[in-house]
Design a protein around this ligand. Sequence first.
Ligand code: HEM
Length: 402
Amino acid sequence: MDLRQSGMGKAPAYSLDGGRSLHRWLRDMRQHHPVQREPLTRVWTLYRYRDIIQATADPATFSSELWRYLPGDRGDDALTAGNLTAMDPPRHRLVRDLVSRSFTARAVGALRPRIAAIAAELIGAVADRGEMDVVADLSDPLPVLVIGELLGLPMADRELLSDWARRLLSFDKGDLTDEVVRKRVADTQQELLDYLRAHCRRRRTKPQDDLISRLIQAEVDGQRLTEDEVVNFANLLLLAGHVTTTLLLANIVLTLDEHPAAAAEARADRGLIPGLIEETLRYRPVIVSNMRVTTRAVTVGTEQLPAGQFVSLSFISGNRDEQYFTDPDRFDIHRDARKHLGFGHGIHYCLGAPLARLELGIALEAMFDRFSRIEVTGAPVDYYDTPGVAGPRSLRIAFRHH
Ligand code: HEM
């Protein structure tokens, strides 16, 4: 059915009111138009949990290699090598096997003391002020520094790395159709790739105990990663592991501010923190949706999708599907929220999930330990209006010391 005929109109922007109007709209879509093609973009969207699982569980039909269907084949481009998110099996399986050993809960657990030290340092730097911007002062720098640690980049380069990440990933980088802006972003990306390549070459001749050295040495079925793949994978970690973690920590602080009873409970019983993180990934996910492309005709619900169709998976909608989550609009840190779609599902399920959980838990504990009262002060919250991403651009809080 055509959206304009149905009277459903366009989805309200998340930035309008932090998703409140959007969630009302999504509920209607799940009920009346669960598989819908947007007339202008011709992109299909799947709104129901069950249909999203169908797509993520079937990468042979729902491919992540979108570049195959876009103008200008970028398959052999040095930039796509090593980019797991844009790769289908069998290559995906091979690369994922090579890198996944370094991302188990046990492997990332070794980073705990360093993450705790970085979080304490960042919080310590603002503790005397009585107020801070959660994003600028804590949740933005933390993941960049942690990934730098993981990759074994020199501590002295911390500022450099933060600066590149900011320049590349800030969604405010301007109009990408503008030639000057595009060139600036491309130049920054090239600088970062050159830096990562130099680091890789150093580790090739003199391996250390870090991820880059392990990736250079790792071998599965007699296959190794190429240098381009190692460099681009390191780059991917900086892209995929940064803003996601930044915005999720901000979303946690925001959600706890709206639910003071849950905040008090988690503060009193730190064992509730893991459940709180999972529930926030369900209730307020950062990655709103992700794309696939159909490789063959397929039926989803009552709709027939031909081959070559772009399909958006609405994780934010699936997370509120009343068929799968009881009372889905309620934030409940005691529910078992682990089947949420906040980290995706299937073969592309977030590789960094154990690291993200660890970082978020440590940061939250550090805030609870240091501050006795936390209150969001900067209303109304300024949200990113980037499609596909949900979270605040900055989040001012006031706090008291213990
Ligand atoms: C709260 C923080 C995070 C969120 C919400 C998040 C979310 C996601 C989601 C939704 C996907 C699936 C994309 C898809 O299905 O197409 C994904 C994939 C991925 N994430 Fe995360 N992520 C987070 C943190 C991290 C961190 C810390 C890292 C690494 C340092 C990381 C690395 C990756 C990688 C490499 C993939 C691609 C996996 C594949 O395609 O096999 N993420 N993430």
